[in-house]
Design a protein around this ligand. Structure first.
Ligand code: ARG
Length: 562
C-alpha cells in the first residue's frame, strides 16, 4: 500500500472531523530522517480544535494504532511517523513482484468507453510536431485509462473534408501530375496547395473554380470523388508509416468526410429546437449567454463547416460508444471551438455534453519561433525521428560499441526520447525543441529513464537472473527507502494522471524513480553475499518492472540492454 495512504489510514480515526483526502494532502516530508519518514503538521487545526498545536499532536499520538509503525511520536506541532522499514519493504516488493506489469492496475473505469480524438492531421499536408503532441498525449492517455479499466477508443478524426479540397483539386488540375503525386504524395500535394494560395491573390477567379469543385465533391461528383479518394489514400499511407515508427495504432480513421451525410440531421435538429438564426445569409447558433461568438453552422452558399462536422461526430460517438467521457486532444488554439461545440450540444438538450473534455496542449516552438505549414516553418516529424535515432546511435557507439541489436536499440532510444520529451512537459506548457538535449543520456530525458531500466536488468543478469521469492524480501538499509517509497506511489500516480488527463505525471514519476534508483545503486553494493542480497535483487527487479511499465504507459520502449 502507498506509504502516504498507510499514514492517512492511521490518522483518520484520530481526526474524525477531517476528510481523509485533506489529511493526505497535509502530509510532509521531514527534513531529516531523525524526524521520521513522514510528518503530519497540526498548526492549521489549532483554530478549529481550540487547542495548542503541540497538544493536538500529543493527543493524536495517543489515539493512533501504532502497530504498523516502528514508532509514532509527537515532536512539537508535528506527528512524526517512523516506518517498520523491513515490513514495509517486504509488503511493497511482494506487491510489485507478484503483480508484475499489472502492478498499479485499477478498476475505476468500470469498462466505460472513452473515445479519444487524437492526432487527426489534415490530408495532403505533412504531419507536424503539433500533430505529434496530440498523437503521443492521446496514446499515453489511452494506455493510462486502459490500465484503470476504461475502454479507450483511439479515433483519428482526419481532416479529409472542407473547402481546401476544392482548392487542391483545382491546383492539381492546373499543375499536378499523377507521377509526382505517386512519387512523393505529401510534399507534392502540399506544393500545389501552397502555390494555389500564392496565385489566387492575383487570380481571384481561381477561388470560384475551387468552390465549384468542393460543391461537386459534396454532391458526389465522380471525378471529384475519385481525386479526393486518391489524395486521401496516398496521404494516409504516409501517415501510417509515421504511426508505425511510433508504434501507435488507431481503432478508427473516421475523419470529417465520414460525417458528410450525417450533418443534415444536425441541421434539422437545430432547426426543430429553433436554435438556428440567419446572419448575413449564413445560419448560426447564438451563444451569447455562454459569452461565446455565434457558432457558424452553414455558410451562405450552403456549405457546412468544421463545427457542423464535429457536432455530427459527437452525436455519432455517443450513439456508437455510449461513452462515459469523450476526449479531444487538440491544441490550445482550438479552445474556443470546443467551448462552442459543448455549448451548442448543451443548447440542443444533450446532457452528456459535460462528458466532453477538450484536452488542450501548448505549442512547440523551434528556436523560439512558431511552427506552421503556411510559413513553411514545418519541422517534419519523420526527419526529427531520423535525426534522433542518429544521435542515439552515436551515443551507443561511444558507450557500448559491442551491444547486439544496435539498430533496434537506437531506434527505441531515439524515438523514445522524442516521445518522452513531449510527455514530460505539462501539456499546457509550451516548449522549445532542441534535439541534442532531448536525446541526452543524462538529465531528465527518456534515455536516462531507459538507461536506469537497462542498468537494473544488467544487475539481474550479473546475478545470474535468479528466481526470486515474491514474499518476505525485507530490506532494512535506509539507503533503499526513497526507492521503496516511490514504488509504493505508482498506483496513485497512474490514477492522478488519469483524472488530470496529464501523462507528464507518469513521466515525472519515472524520472524520480530512475533518480532514486541511481542514487541507491551508486551508494550501495548490491551484489555482495549477505542476508539481504535476495531482497536487494528483488528491489532491483521491482524497479525494472515499474520503470518499464511507466515507459509503456507513455508509449516508450524499454530495451533490456543499451
Ligand atoms: N484536423 C484538425 C487540425 O489539424 C484537428 C481535428 C481535431 N479533432 C476534432 N474533432 N476537431 O487542426
Amino acid at each position: 500500500m502507498d506509504y502516504k495512504q498507510l499514514v492517512t489510514d492511521a490518522l483518520a480515526p484520530a481526526l474524525p472531523d477531517l476528510d481523509p483526502a485533506d489529511i493526505l494532502a497535509k502530509l510532509e516530508q521531514p527534513k531529516t530522517s531523525k524526524q521520521g519518514d513522514l510528518a503530519f503538521p497540526t498548526f492549521t487545526l489549532a483554530k478549529v480544535l481550540r487547542k495548542a498545536p503541540q497538544m493536538i499532536a500529543t493527543d493524536v499520538v495517543e489515539k493512533i494504532d501504532q502497530s504498523n509503525f516502528e514508532k509514532v511520536v509527537a515532536m512539537g506541532p508535528y506527528v512524526n511517523f517512523f516506518f517498520k522499514k523491513d515490513v514495509f519493504s517486504a509488503d511493497i516488493l511482494n506487491q510489485v513482484l507478484s503483480q508484475a506489469d499489472h502492478f498499479g492496475d485499477g478498476k475505476i473505469g468500470e469498462q466505460g468507453q472513452v473515445p479519444i480524438d487524437m492526432s487527426s492531421p489534415n490530408i495532403a499536408k505533412p504531419i507536424s510536431m503539433g500533430h505529434l503532441r496530440s498523437t503521443v498525449i492521446g496514446n499515453a492517455l489511452a494506455n493510462i485509462l486502459s490500465k484503470l479499466d476504461y475502454k479507450p477508443v483511439k479515433i483519428n478524426h482526419l481532416g479529409d473534408w472542407g473547402t481546401q479540397f476544392g482548392k487542391l483539386i483545382t491546383a492539381y488540375k492546373m499543375w499536378g501530375s499523377e507521377e509526382a503525386v505517386k512519387a512523393d504524395p505529401i510534399n507534392n500535394l502540399l506544393k500545389y496547395y501552397v502555390r494555389f494560395h500564392q496565385e489566387d491573390q492575383e487570380h481571384p477567379e481561381m477561388d470560384d473554380v475551387a468552390r465549384d469543385w468542393f460543391k461537386k465533391l459534396e454532391n458526389g461528383d465522380e471525378e471529384a470523388t475519385e481525386l479526393w479518394q486518391w489524395f486521401r489514400s496516398e496521404s494516409l499511407k504516409a501517415f501510417k508509416k509515421i504511426y508505425a515508427r511510433l508504434d501507435i495504432d488507431f481503432d478508427s480513421y473516421k475523419g470529417e468526410a465520414f460525417y458528410n451525410d450525417k450533418m443534415q440531421e444536425v441541421v434539422d435538429l437545430l432547426e426543430s429546437k429553433n436554435l438556428l438564426h440567419e446572419s448575413q445569409g449564413a445560419e448560426v447558433v447564438d451563444l451569447s449567454k455562454y459569452d461565446l461568438n455565434p457558432a457558424l453552422i452553414k455558410k451562405s452558399d450552403g456549405a457546412t463547416l468544421y463545427i457542423t462536422r464535429d457536432l455530427a461526430a459527437a452525436i455519432y460517438r455517443k450513439r456508437t460508444y455510449d461513452f462515459v467521457q469523450s476526449l479531444y486532444v487538440v491544441g490550445n488554439e482550438q479552445t474556443n471551438h470546443f467551448k462552442q461545440l459543448k455549448a451548442v450540444l448543451t443548447e440542443m438538450g444533450f446532457d452528456w455534453a459535460d462528458q466532453i473534455h477538450h484536452i488542450p496542449f501548448g505549442l512547440i516552438t523551434s528556436n523560439g519561433k512558431k511552427l506552421s505549414t503556411r510559413s513553411g516553418r514545418v519541422i517534419l516529424l519523420d526527419k526529427v525521428l531520423d535525426d534522433a535515432v542518429d544521435l542515439a546511435h552515436d551515443q551507443i557507439e561511444a558507450k557500448n560499441p559491442d551491444l547486439k541489436d544496435k539498430d533496434a536499440v537506437a531506434d527505441a532510444v531515439g524515438v523514445g526520447a522524442v516521445v518522452f520529451h513531449d510527455l514530460k512537459n505539462e501539456r499546457m506548457n509550451s516548449f522549445d525543441f532542441n534535439l541534442e538535449e532531448v536525446v541526452r543520456f543524462e538529465g531528465e530525458t527518456g534515455p536516462y529513464v531507459q538507461y536506469a531500466h537497462a542498468r537494473a536488468e544488467s544487475i539481474l543478469r550479473k546475478a545470474g537472473s535468479p528466481e526470486l521469492a515474491t514474499d518476505g524480501q525485507k530490506i532494512s538499509d535506509p539507503a533503499a527507502w526513497d526507492t521503496l517509497k516511490l514504488l509504493s506511489e505508482f498506483p496513485a500516480t497512474v490514477v492522478r494522471a488519469s483524472t488530470e488527463f496529464e501523462p507528464s505525471v507518469v513521466a515525472k514519476y519515472a524520472i524520480h524513480l530512475a533518480k532514486a534508483f541511481n542514487k541507491y545503486y551508486g551508494n550501495t553494493k548490491i551484489l555482495v553475499e549477505d542476508d539481504e542480497l535476495n531482497a536487494r535483487l528483488a528491489l532491483v527487479k521491482a524497479v525494472s518492472i515499474v520503470l518499464k511499465e511507466a515507459l509503456r504507459l507513455l508509449g516508450v520502449k524499454a530495451p533490456d540492454e543499451m
